[in-house]
Design a protein around this ligand. Sequence first.
Ligand SMILES: *Cc1c(COP(=O)(O)O)cnc(C)c1O
Length: 470
Amino acid sequence: MLVEVAAPRFKPYTRLTIQQAPQWAAMPTHLQEAVLVVSRVLPFRTNQYVMDELINWDNVPDDPIYRLTFPHEDMLAPEDYALLRDLVLVKQDEVAIEREVRRLRLGMNPHPAGQMTHNVPSIDGVPLRGLQHKYKETVLFFPSAGQTCHAYCTFCFRWPQFVGMDDLKFDAKESNELVSYLKLHPEVTDVLITGGDPLIMSTRALAGYLEPLLAPELAHIQNIRIGTKSVSYWPHRFVTDKDADELLQLFRKVVDAGKNLSVMGHYNHPAELRPAIAQRAVKRIVGSGATLRMQAPLIRHINEDPAGWAELWTTGVRLGAIPYYMFVERDTGPSHYFRLPLAKAYETFQAAYQRVSGLARTVRGPSMSAFPGKVAIDGIVTIGGEKVFALQFLQARNPDWARRPFYAKFDPEATWLDDLVPAFGEERFFFQTEEDEPHRVIPIAAPRAQAHAATAGDGAGDIGTLSTGT
Ligand SMILES: *Cc1c(COP(=O)(O)O)cnc(C)c1O
């Protein structure tokens, strides 16, 4: 017998509406203030499901999902917070607020390095906005209709796009441009549709992007990936939304056309996979013939506990998902608040890995999406009396660099690739040329028209110094 259950309606909250949330009134004043003040600088969006099912309000503000979605005071320097608080809550001077907000944002490395200068593809010299092509086999695609999310992560490296610092302009030609580019590039096997979150779109809109990829001329496209946080922030997308069934039929259609459809699910914390609806979503995705891979960055205050990662991967594997990447937090936005030393990232990864079945050891990391490629920290070892990091590329701008071990001097404070120097007294890493100036990181504002790519991908990203990348 079928019991009709009312489908919950998606109810988002932003800076302008959060005071209507049922939980708001019970929040301590200093936390309310922090939300109202910091959300002027960094994007804030949550929703009723996240607030009701994922956050434990008895543990606020330390609750990891609260930290994951609510802005808090420590994300700004104390003097900046004090100044902005005064402008927002006391003086209420909109002109001064806007000036201060702009200053603070520009101080947060909004476009970590030169960005898109390297990865924007073109046809006949005309750059294709909305595409990024860094690694030979995979093209990233940012559909204009998928440029927001069901909630925002406080550490998100795409924050400039959500606060309007990036001018995201796309047009109706975008799907055609993607197809034209792919036809000219038989070496590409994978398309990664990313955002924002493509699953913010209706199924009908998403079909408009996916179906053209099934054309016979694109037989070389074997894998279509969709990067999404909806599995965590709004699993109803796959279960009870009015076009949830159509979404799964669309996945099935892609699979029946002979492609692998891979949902790249962004899961930060095991709490996201505990609700029945979230587990149901995994089952339905996998049941459609798609695969679901799990990936996320390691973030201080949110997912530092190896036992949490082990629970996440173990639960995921039991439901049919595949652990994929653990990333290192990148250097943009309030990264001073969220980042962890590479040494600690490695220890956390290792401790989590040691706790799980071989089926969950498909995970790789901790990995930095840096300019030359995705660099994994394989270990901390002492060779010839020198303590070093053992590193390798999992993906590289030059495919020949992948899987070649290399070594950097151990540095307990280092948090990113460009903090590292070669071990054994060598002048440069094997992938650097004489022209490279690895330790002079010059932040270059990304060209405006290309700035969205600065916010690219799922750990995709890219940039013009050794530094950050997507
Ligand atoms: C991570 C990433 C990809 C995908 O790499 P895989 O290792 O195949 O998952 C593609 N493009 C960019 C720019 C990336 O950062």
